[in-house]
Design a protein around this ligand. Structure first.
Ligand SMILES: C[S@@+](CC[C@H](N)C(=O)[O-])C[C@H]1O[C@@H](n2cnc3c(N)ncnc32)[C@H](O)[C@@H]1O
Length: 224
């Protein structure tokens, strides 16, 4: 990373905008009393364990796991799963659920931008509906940093939702990230990642799948 990019990134990560987004998630999760145990209706869902199995994956990091539906789904299929989320409350709910199901999932509270794991810890990283909540440069650097915590040839599976616009008030940062200002979503960041953006943030990854769903959401499978 060149010094200019590093400085811009550091400024962004220590900015009010970034902090307000983290606070938005903590507030949003604090209103939730039970984990979301119902599997969402996602057309690519079945392909995730299939892809992981085909790649002989055993250990998986679920980035931004929320209350853990994907972590639990994968653990039930025999993968060794770790979940990471910024929200302590969401992680408490996820831990409680895993315990009830007698599943050995390790859940951590932490910031995706920091990735608090040693080198080559995981065979794969899954990130469902996460990166659209990051400004471009944070997403770009985080995707490059993921390579460090993956084994060589490691797998990345990500879903980049098409969200943004719609109801609510927001202003736009120079990189097209929306910063919400209305009461319900105050502080939340949303950016729409299209094919060219994804190719840019996945620079150096071998992209196996880059699929646009009917909704404009992108589903990606890539390898280091
Ligand atoms: C749209 S939710 C998706 C949750 C889950 N992956 C799913 O598919 O339902 C985004 C998640 O990212 C988490 N998150 C947002 N910013 C984060 C950050 N900087 N570090 C870790 N988690 C973050 C939020 O707490 C929230 O659980």
């Amino acid at each position: 990373m060149n010094p200019e990019t590093r400085e811009r990134l550091e400024n962004l990560l220590s900015s009010d905008v970034y902090r307000d987004n983290l606070e938005f998630w903590e507030r949003a999760w604090n209103m939730v009393k039970e984990p979301y145990t119902k599997l969402p209706d996602l057309e690519y869902l079945n392909t995730i364990p299939e892809t992981l199995t085909n790649r002989s994956v055993r250990s998986v990091l679920d980035l931004g796991c929320g209350t853990g539906w994907l972590a639990v789904y994968l653990a039930k299929q025999g993968f060794h799963v770790t979940g990471l989320d910024i929200s302590l409350h969401a992680i408490k709910l996820a831990r409680g659920w895993a315990e009830k199901e007698d599943l050995d999932i390790h859940f951590d509270v932490g910031d995706i931008a920091e990735l608090p794991y040693p080198d080559a810890t995981f065979d794969a990283v899954v990130a469902n509906s996460i990166f659209e909540h990051f400004p471009f440069e944070v997403a770009q650097v985080t995707l490059q940093k993921l390579k460090r915590i993956l084994v060589p040839g490691g797998t990345f599976i990500g879903c980049f939702d098409k969200v943004g616009g719609g109801p609510g008030e927001y202003y736009e940062l120079a990189d097209q990230t929306h910063v919400y200002t209305d009461k319900a979503r105050k502080g939340m960041l949303l950016r729409y990642y299209q094919d060219e953006d994804l190719k840019q943030i996945l620079n150096g990854w071998k992209i196996e799948t880059l699929r646009e769903l009917e909704t404009g959401t992108r589903f990606v499978v890539a390898f280091t």
